[in-house]
Design a protein around this ligand. Structure first.
Ligand code: FAD
Length: 532
């Protein structure tokens, strides 16, 4: 993989000002990253502009699951489930360091909305739709065995459970790796580049962009544009078009993080919310458990979304009803995060019933918009969108750009076999974790660099390879510091800021500003604590 840091960003901005692109992709969440990777792998000249940090929107705020979505079977969304299960298989192959199989348990009680028998049918259907390619086929456990597998579970009225497999992932890192891959294929990518307007010429567009790092203006000339602005689709649409028709029904979802000691889950557990079809996951991740999510209509700017006490109380109440003896309380919550689903408006009466299908449409200016969908199906969505772009090109161009390479490993240093072989080596605690997280690329972090410790080498890696331009972005999306530490990793701030000083010539003022920005972020996400 080539380096992708501040210098490459600078070079890319020079390219953006000079070249004419085949397509400008707006938005660096998983959708924009996927579209950029697909298009650039076909040989198209691509510019990707993200208004904040890559994945800072919904794509770092998901349940972090690559799944078919067992729940959607109830809505008869078979095509969606089939597509998602087939993408799950592809992602195991192309991103083995980011997408991992995970065992799930669905406990069924006498009072459950879905009976044991009906759930069994759903489980068969799930296996059929995955063409029996799941890491393991589902199993049925009677009540006693269910309790042996998960002893903290409520035993009262327990009928039994089903065990099945899906996958977990690092959503932020998968997006960033996809951006890196697009850059490797030749895309000019940049974060903190916000689109302010678009002008249509005779046979091209001019995209007006502001570089938020120094407030300079950039004008990008391009033949086509795809907007992948997720929950900002309507906000961006009404900015560029007078009579914009709203397409979205955005909903908010929050997650809570607990120490696994307090909630000892041996597999992910699927919990049903009382009387609704909503389900809540308890997902073990190393020493922690992620619990979520909520699903409520949300109308404000997605950038201001935050968890509220009512959301926290709701999740805690579901958790307590499933694990009455675990005594989890609000004080056990280490952190929380919230996001906005860019759901496409339909006639559903509740957010939970609103379809997770994606929508690709052209606006009056001819700009293509891709929105909705699920993280899991991003590669397919991207492919569909790029194929639509190709339809508008002359035959020779369609022929030239016919083949995408998105079935190749996302990171050319991390093939499926190479990854398995690399993590099978004997290593100590921290190096083992690095190997599992990065695959063979971990070597870049493991090798000595002056007097830097392992954490500082990891920071340096992200500054040089994932366009990490400030300290909060390292805390929130390049590492687990914010989510999985009670102090959100603040005790490491000095160690980390030293690397920014060395690599990006950070001044003391910049370090102070970043510390304030980090505190402000923590306050926004965790503000519900003070309203207790
Ligand atoms: P985003 O990630 O929001 O990206 C849009 C980007 O556009 C943003 O980065 C934004 O900064 C940028 N942008 C906006 N305006 C401009 C502008 N003017 N100029 C430049 N850039 C701009 N899916 C799953 O498959 N599995 C799950 O487990 C799962 N769980 C979820 C849980 C929750 C709580 C939520 C909210 C969603 C979940 N999803 C899940 C859905 C999934 O996360 C989203 O479908 C996906 O992340 C959307 O990605 P996106 O790129 O379309 O949007």
């Amino acid at each position: 993989m080539n380096q992708l840091g501040q210098d490459q960003r600078h070079q890319n901005i020079i390219r953006m000002n000079r070249e004419t692109f085949d397509v400008v992709v707006i938005g660096g969440g998983i959708t924009g990253a996927g579209v950029s990777r697909d298009a650039s792998s076909r040989g198209m000249r691509v510019a990707l502009v993200e208004g904040s940090d890559y994945a800072s929107g919904t794509s770092s705020r998901s349940s972090k699951l690559i799944h078919g979505g067992i729940r959607y079977l109830e809505n008869m969304e078979f095509k969606l489930v089939f597509e998602a299960l087939s993408e799950r298989k592809t992602l195991f192959e192309i991103a083995p360091h980011l997408v991992h199989p995970m065992r799930f348990m669905i406990p069924i009680f006498k009072e459950s909305r879905v009976t044991f028998f009906k759930m069994g049918l759903g489980m068969w259907l799930y296996d059929v739709l995955s063409l029996f390619q799941a890491p393991e086929i589902h199993r049925k456990l009677p009540a006693k065995e269910t309790l042996s597998a998960q002893s903290e579970l409520k035993s009262n009225n327990l009928v039994g459970s089903y065990i099945y497999y899906d996958a977990y992932m690092d959503d932020d890192r998968l997006t960033i790796e996809t951006v890196r891959s697009a850059a490797q294929f030749g895309a000019a990518v940049g974060n903190y580049l916000k689109v302010q307007g678009v002008t249509k010429g005779k046979d091209h567009y001019i995209v007006d962009v502001v570089d938020l790092l120094n407030q300079t203006q950039i004008q990008i000339r391009t033949k086509q544009i795809i907007s992948c602005t997720g929950p900002w689709t309507d906000i961006f649409g009404s900015q560029i078009e007078n009579n914009w028709k709203k397409r979205l029904r955005p909903t908010k979802g929050i997650h809570l993080i607990f120490p696994r000691k307090k909630l000892p889950l041996h597999q992910a557990v699927v919990m049903g919310a009382e009387k609704s079809s909503r389900i809540i996951f308890g997902i073990p991740r190393g020493d922690y458990v992620i619990v979520g999510t909520t699903d409520t209509d949300y109308q404000s700017d997605p950038g201001t979304v935050h968890s509220e006490k009512v959301d926290v109380d709701y999740l805690l109440q579901v958790l307590k009803s499933y694990f009455p003896n675990s005594n989890v309380t609000v004080n056990d919550i280490m952190s929380s995060y919230s996001g906005v689903r860019p759901l496409v408006k339909d006639d559903s009466d509740t957010p939970g019933k609103t379809s997770r299908e994606h929508l690709i449409f052209k606006d009056a200016m001819g700009i293509l918009h891709v929105t909705g969908g699920k993280y899991t199906t991003y590669r397919k969505m991207a492919e569909d969108a790029v194929k639509l772009l190709l339809n508008d090109l002359p035959y020779e161009k369609r022929f030239e750009f016919n083949n995408s390479k998105t079935l190749e490993p996302i990171n050319d240093l991390v093939t499926e076999n190479g990854y398995r072989e690399f993590i099978s080596h004997d290593r100590n605690g921290e190096e083992k974790k690095l190997a599992e997280r990065y695959g063979p690329e971990a070597i870049l972090i493991m090798r000595p660099q002056g007097d830097y410790n392992l954490l500082q080498r990891e920071v340096a890696f992200h500054i040089e390879n994932t366009m990490c331009l400030n300290i909060p972005d390292y805390y929130i999306r390049r590492s687990n510091l914010f989510l999985y530490h009670r102090d959100h990793g603040l005790s490491k701030f000095e160690e980390i800021s030293r690397v920014f000083k060395d690599k990006l010539s950070y001044t003391d003022k910049q370090i102070g500003d970043d510390l304030n920005a980090l505190h402000a972020y923590i306050k926004k996400e965790m503000g519900w604590k003070t309203s207790q």
